[in-house]
Design a protein around this ligand. Sequence first.
Ligand code: TYD
Length: 212
Amino acid sequence: MAEKIAAKPRFIAFEGLDGSGKSTHAKLFCNRLNELSVPCVFNFEPTDQTIGRLIRQILSGEKKADPRTVALLFAADRIEHITGENGILENLKNGISVVSDRYYFSSYAYQTTAMPLEWVMSLNSQAKEIAKPDCHIFIDISPETCLERIYKDRKTTSDIFENKKSLTAARDNFMRIFEMTAKDEKVIIIDGNDEIEAVSKKVFDSLKPLFF
Ligand code: TYD
């Protein structure tokens, strides 16, 4: 029997620490939707546009910037991701669901290692107002496992947050802020320690009710 496809396109944000597998799972989920004839696009933050490219130069240490500037750049990159050509709003308007690898919870979790949460949230309030995800999926892995995976894949770390202290702080922040925002954000935490297929199935099963 053919499954009923939701008329409304959805917007799903994938979150997780560096090395958690969130990008893999975001792509697998989007591909699975397409296979099931649900139009969906995958994209990511920082974007590969002007502001996103500048952010990557700062994260790699190639360029220096104050943490306030970094927080502002992430918020600006996000607004372009939402409103720009082939952005979140355009796709949703055309009936295409959007899967984003990272969104404003990444700013809440990472930029608050240096800046107050209230301020970071205020910078992102427009993003939340105009493009609030139907669901945020958090792929949960311990910071130690994330670092093992990062080293195994790349032999070396490559961004300023990819160390135990920052990843531990980011995970603690994610968990604390999920609790704080539980009333107005839908967040699903998935244990990412299993095999890829098993985690991917858990992701699909938990998001399925939004689509079918
Ligand atoms: P990441 O998803 O890890 O990129 P890549 O796929 O290139 O590894 O994101 C890059 C880094 O950006 C990561 O350390 C988290 C950080 N980040 C923030 O600090 N704030 C944000 O708002 C976003 C979107 C990412």
